[in-house]
Each structure stands twice: as C-alpha cells, then as structure tokens.
Design a protein around this ligand. Structure first.
Ligand code: MRU
Length: 355
C-alpha cells in the first residue's frame, strides 16, 4: 500500500544484498518510517518477539525469511537439518498465539527436508512464495469482503458505510492489503464512501498508531476511539459492520484476536451489528476445536500496561507511568471470540459460516 504516495510492502529482500531482509520497524510508527535490516535468525526472532513486526501473517512471513537467514548463517558453518530444526524451534518460541508462525516454519522446514537443491535457494524460494501468496490471499479477502460493503451501501446510498475495526489487521500486519482492511481498501477504490471507527487498542495502541496511520496514508476517512466506545456507537446505530482480523481460528470457527475483540463481538451480537472476521487460510488451526481452552494466549510484560509512550510536541518519544508504582498489572494480549458470536469468516476463497 501507499506511504506518502509510494507503494510499500512490509518485508522484502534488500536489493543487491541477499544476506539482508528489510522490514518496516513498526515501533516507530506513526511518528517515523524506519526501515530495519535483519541479517541473522536472532535479528528475526528479536523483530517478532519485541514487535518490530507484528500481525499474524507478517509474523509468518518474517519467520520464513528468518529461517532463510538461519540457512545462510549455517552454510558458513553447521549445515545440517537437525541444527536447522533446533533453530526453527527457537524461532517458534518468539510469540505463541499466531498460528502463522508455526505454519510458515513447518512449510519451510518440510521443503528443506525434501529438496535436492541448495538449502539457501530452497529457503529463499519458499519464503518468496509465502510472501507472494500472502499478497494474493489478502487481495482476494478484499474482493470477497467488498460484497458486504456493497450490500450496505445500496441500503444507504450517499451515506458513508461505518466500519469498526480493532487492533491493526491492515497491510502493516500482512505483506500488503491487510485482512480486515482489504475490503475497505477495495470499497474505497470503487468510490464507495467508507468511514472507519478505529479502536485505539490498549496497551500497544496498534489501532491509534498503525491502523489510523495506514488508513490516513490511503486517504480513508477514520476516527480513533477509545476501546470502550464501540458498544455505545453500536447502540446509537453508528456502526454498520465490524471487521476484525485473527491470530488463530479453530476448526469450528472460534477466533483468537487482540484482547478486547470478544467484548466487541458481544456488543455487536446484542445490537444486531454484523461481526465478521477476515482471515487468510494459514490462520486456521485445523488441529483444535475449542478456542477458549486450547489456544495459547500470550501474556506480555506488565510495563506495557503500567506505562504509555507517545510523541512529545517538541520532538522525540517519551514513556510515562500511568499507575501507582506499587500496583501490579496483568497483560493478556489476546482473547477468544466463540464461533456463535461471529457472523461470518471472510477468507481468500469466499465468505463462510464460522462453523
Ligand atoms: O499483537 P499483535 O499486534 O501482533 O496482534 C495483531 C492482531 O491481533 C491482529 O488483529 C491479527 O494478527 C490479525 S492480522 C491480519
């Protein structure tokens, strides 16, 4: 998508330097666009764990490129599959909830296990395939999800379609297009007036800092709201549709997504607002059927709750404490919305029931 009118992706191999993968360091957004070099598996692990990159599909793509970097490192020394499997296991531990991490690693490892070509060429071509597929999958999610927005706009012509989203399931969370945002970008390109309610998404504020930024760069009308405002806006008829992303969706349609998603789904159910989840098929975990019991929920550092950082008007970024120094804080990063609360799943193959 566009940054200052120029097309970008979130991850790419540095031109002319096959030992370097480049990412947008999302910690600096929306205040600065910082491109970071990853040159080792440890760089990739740090980028995922410390959220330089985040969002389930992009975590998967970064893991695939991270394994490619591990292969390059090991070709200078220890070039065997068992060593790479140990490296893959370290990578898998970087973040627990998004199943795309496991999926991408298993895919690259299984190609390495069956190839006659060089490991580096194989890992590179698999990482490139994962990235290109993600772009096409997200584009198709937009093509299918567009029909929902078209249906609403025919019922209220000349008025904007109001869509609420939580966290960032935009192009920054994928390689391009995004999942929840892809139908919005497609609708905007068709000239359909859309307006997005952007949940700020405490504690990491992915909505306020990332979704708002990327929507603004594409010229899409949006309003940032505090996380607790969504239910009120739904009661007032100010939300036509909710679209969120997913970090892991079970075989029966339970959805893990950023903490607070469940409360939005409850409010949507109570007020009759359609609640859709946009997800690429690699986000489906076919092995499990009970999201609340079986999906591992990441617990992140308490400092993300006790402190908040922001841009100083005179320049620079500062962190300040919000809580009394002696108060404890808990920070579960995701929650599970049961299938019964989900109106439908928007995938690259079409829209289906959460079942
Ligand atoms: O902690 P994050 O920022 O990685 O969480 C991201 C989300 O919860 C997204 O909604 C999800 O990964 C879907 S991304 C298309």
């Amino acid at each position: 998508m566009l940054v200052e009118g120029k097309p970008y992706r979130t991850i790419w191999l540095k031109p002319g330097d096959p030992g370097c993968v480049q990412i947008i360091d999302q910690r600096a957004l929306p205040h600065a666009l910082v491109v970071e070099d990853l040159r080792s598996l440890d760089d990739a692990i740090r980028a995922i764990r410390d959220m330089h990159v985040r969002g389930a599909p992009l975590i998967g793509a970064t893991a695939a490129w991270g394994l490619y970097l591990a292969v390059i490192e090991s070709e200078r020394g220890n070039n065997d599959l068992e060593h790479l499997q140990r490296e893959a296991d370290r990578l898998k531990a970087a973040r627990p909830t998004a199943v795309n991490l496991d999926w991408a690693i298993s895919r690259v490892m299984s190609r390495l296990g069956s190839t006659d070509s060089s490991f580096s060429a194989t890992a590179r071509s698999e990482a490139e395939a994962i990235v290109e597929e993600d772009v096409e999958i997200c584009r198709m999610i937009g093509v299918h999800g567009l029909s929902l927005i078209e249906g609403i706009t025919t019922r209220k012509p000349d008025k904007p379609v109001n869509i609420l989203t939580h966290c960032n399931a935009g192009w920054l969370a994928t390689v391009d297009w995004g999942t929840a945002t892809s139908p919005i970008y497609h609708a905007h390109a068709q000239g359909i007036p859309v307006h997005v309610w952007v949940d700020e998404t405490r504690p990491r504020n992915q909505g306020a800092s990332l979704t708002a930024w990327e929507l603004g760069e594409q010229g899409i009308a949006h309003t940032v709201i505090v996380d607790n405002a969504g239910g009120h806006l739904m009661q007032k008829g100010e939300v036509d549709l909710v679209i969120v992303g997913s970090d892991r969706t079970t075989r029966n349609g339970d959805v893990a997504n950023k903490i607070g998603t469940y409360l939005k789904a409850l409010a949507a159910k109570d007020t009759g607002v359609p609640f859709y989840v946009a997800l690429p098929s690699p986000t489906i975990d076919w092995e499990i059927t009970d999201g609340c019991r079986q999906i591992p929920i990441e617990e992140r550092p308490a400092e993300e709750v006790t402190h908040i950082s922001g841009y100083l008007e005179q320049g620079g970024v500062a962190a300040v404490r919000l809580t009394p120094p002696t108060s404890r804080a808990a920070n579960p990063a995701f929650d599970v919305t049961q299938a019964r609360l989900v109106t439908g799943l928007i995938t690259e193959r079409g829209i289906c029931e959460a079942s």
